[in-house]
Design a protein around this ligand. Sequence first.
Ligand SMILES: O=C(CO)[C@@H](O)[C@H](O)COP(=O)(O)O
Length: 305
Amino acid sequence: MPKVIIAPSVLASDLGNLNYECRRMIDDGADWLHMDIMDGHFVPNIVMGAPILQSVKKAVPDIFMDCHMMVTEPERWVKDIAEAGGASYTFHLEATDDPLDVVRLIKATGMKASVAINPGTPASEISDELAEAVDMILVMTVWPGAGGQSFMKELMPKVAELRARFPHVNIEVDGGVAPKTIKYCADAGANVIVAGTAVFRAESPRDVIAYLRAECTAAQERILQERQTLIYDPNADVVGDDEDQEAEERRKEASAGRRSGATTPVGSTPRSYLRHLDRRRSSAASGKSGKFGQLTDLGMTLKLV
Ligand SMILES: O=C(CO)[C@@H](O)[C@H](O)COP(=O)(O)O
């Protein structure tokens, strides 16, 4: 599983003291700083651009700036952000017809490339080819444009689906992530955690960062153990297996979230996504068959990582 990374979103910081705020977060244990760039078109707000990032990079040279570009023309700002010291460039899938070309432009600058999807965009819009080309996929857990919104738990099946499909890709969540909501993200398989209000406005940002990290690390161990149980067993009977009551409950909750773009009718863990595929395939088959066979028939590659 990819490393757990905690990235406080500076949108919730004291923007008049941005250099100090970024330094404070790094000293408190943050791995990255999440820099929200908004152009007033893709989202209705305008927040910072390359000159501000450049000034931060100069004052805080060891910063890793995770640049979330909420802009309509993602290709237009790649060079400026790279020159300003951006380390990772996230563009929105909804903002381009040629995501692979944007990735190519980003990579040519030496920055890491990442693609974001809005709450209304299904995970299936991320093609295998795109996922292999990027370093990270950002699943927005609020509609982009403002900090301090409520976390959309019903989107967790998208995270679980992407984690099941791409065990090694960084999966980032952003929006309303806090100690109260981290478990949903962590169980679904997210490993890059953006949190603005919950960290910057906390009495002890250090404690919040440590808590978010601990929850994700613990969940990763659980996910790895669950994957072990998916080792091929020709005698396994997965049809009608009701051991995972919790997944069933989550499936019900998830289906209530379809209107928000959560199109995967499954529970919110990578394992339950794989089990869903298994059940779907099994219902069309007669008798018992091995799990690997069923998954690979569906085009899935089940990997132990
Ligand atoms: O991109 C965005 C909003 O558009 C986020 O980065 C938010 O800034 C996260 O803030 P909180 O919801 O954690 O306060």
